[in-house]
Design a protein around this ligand. Structure first.
Ligand SMILES: NC(=O)c1ccc[n+]([C@@H]2O[C@H](COP(=O)([O-])OP(=O)(O)OC[C@H]3O[C@@H](n4cnc5c(N)ncnc54)[C@H](O)[C@@H]3O)[C@@H](O)[C@H]2O)c1
Length: 321
């Protein structure tokens, strides 16, 4: 399964031909590019394709592409015959460092993103940083938001080293990229292990920056801001809320902001969005309980915790930019 367009077809050819050389029978099915891949109609087309090629439990689905292909093809693999093996071959920085690991698969409904899905752990994840060569600059840079978030969550000194390494990373240096990606994957796995189904609160810490990030994405209109860009701005707001709550200090906010800026990512909420609308939007976040807004906030020394955040505290953090 793939959605790679003309610029990236070499990666599809390389993947399919290396499997064929190894004696594997390969059938290729294309998905539409980006979020459009995460539609129920596309999953139905995949099921029909699987049926047409008699895919059984000894077969595997290979999801070659960004997070959208991984989520959609992953859901098709999770549901076909109650689950067939899935191999992720991520080709965006976000997919390599975040979405291809952890087992979440999902499609979108008109009522919202990722509303239908399954937890289906991949049998393998094969990430080749060479494939990032064709990724457009904006998509590429936005992938660093989740890596910076992982540093804020689990390794504070790394915030400064990421900022220092930014020129090499932005130049797509393979060794620097491999190091940053494996760091983020390690942090993600550490939070997923033991809480695959997001029940104990450990996995939920990975949502740092996402409460306000999702609100920005929705208020600005999906696609206006890339996910990573919205998460970058949301991460700075979470740092400011933590400061206001006495949980963290300005040094933590400054270090996060410096790391995000080094990748050219936004560190403030767009002026075109109204603070009151964002405050309202965050109430509908999936972490909210009984109308109370729950946000993941960084702690002063290390780590993060989930806390109730009243309107006034979020409003004041949003007004600080
Ligand atoms: N399952 C999870 O845990 C998880 C975590 C985070 C995000 N997500 C999901 O991931 C999706 C976003 O993923 P994304 O940021 O990778 O975007 P994407 O999958 O939408 O890909 C962005 C664009 O880049 C193109 N592309 C992919 N690889 C390329 C390459 N190497 N060269 C050129 N073009 C390439 C795609 O065709 C697409 O047009 C969202 O749907 C989000 O909900 C899932």
């Amino acid at each position: 399964m793939t959605d790679l367009g003309v610029a990236a077809t070499p990666w599809l050819d390389a993947c399919a031909s290396s499997l064929r050389r190894a004696g594997v029978t390969v059938h290729v099915h294309m998905l539409p590019a980006g979020e459009a891949a995460k539609a129920l109609g596309e999953v139905e087309r995949m099921w029909e394709f699987f049926g047409g090629h008699r895919l059984d439990r000894r077969s595997a689905v290979v999801a070659l592409g960004g997070g959208a292909v991984g989520d959609s093809a992953g859901f098709a693999a999770a549901t076909w015959m109650r689950g067939v093996p899935l191999v992720h071959v991520p080709t965006t920085l976000l997919a390599m460092s975040d979405s291809a690991v952890g087992g979440k698969t999902a499609i979108d409904l008109p009522a919202g993103k990722n509303l239908v899905g399954a937890v289906h752990m991949p049998a393998a994840v094969v990430a080749d940083t060479d494939t990032l060569a064709t990724l457009p600059d904006r998509e590429f840079r936005s992938g660093f938001a989740e890596i910076v978030k992982c540093a804020l969550l689990a390794d504070r000194p790394r915030l400064a080293s990421l900022a220092a390494d930014a020129p090499r990373l932005v130049a797509r240096d393979p060794a620097a990229l491999a190091d940053a990606i494996s760091f983020a994957v390690g942090v993600k796995l550490d939070h997923v292990r033991g809480d695959e189904r997001d029940l104990s609160g450990r996995r939920a810490l990975l949502n740092l920056g996402h409460t306000v990030g999702h609100a920005i994405e929705r208020e600005a209109g999906f696609g206006t801001w890339l996910h990573g860009e919205a998460v970058a701005a949301g991460t700075v707001v979470a740092c400011r809320v933590a400061e206001g709550e006495g949980l963290s200090g300005p040094d933590v906010t400054d270090a996060a902001r410096a790391a995000l800026s080094a990748f050219g990512l936004p560190t403030g909420v767009p002026e075109s969005l109204r603070v009151a609308d964002l405050v309202e939007r965050t109430r509908a976040d999936k972490k909210s309980e009984g109308g109370r807004r729950r946000m993941v906030l960084p702690r002063r020394e290390a780590g993060a915790e989930t806390r109730d955040v009243p309107d006034a505290a979020l409003e004041s953090a949003l007004r600080k930019g």
